[in-house]
Design a protein. Sequence first.
Length: 129
Amino acid sequence: MAEINVTPLVDVVLVLLIIFMVTAPLMHRGIDIDLPRTATQTSENEERLIVSVDKNGQLFINDIQIPMEDLKDQLQKRIPYLRTKNAVFLRADKSLRYEVIMDVMDEIKRSGIPTVGLVTEHRRERIRK
């Protein structure tokens, strides 16, 4: 009787599993933004809507790029789906002009979202001797 040898099949499946386990975290990287550093840390565990502005001034809601003119409409569509209180996190590149950040904050407030949280990176303080 002829039997099917499943050992090569198992080897291929395990190799594919390892490849997917290694590449999956890289696929959900997000927008590349150089955040300003502060001594206090922003809360990371909260599930809120994230508006990002990269160094070129391009806007993103979560990972989806949108034009500035559509920001108000896109946020108003998402208000009913916010799980917690109506709040948005704003991630902005530290090289942006203050005017650009204020324009984005103004559009967020005009869309009916009262709370805007600014996201920063934690600055590790140097030990002074």
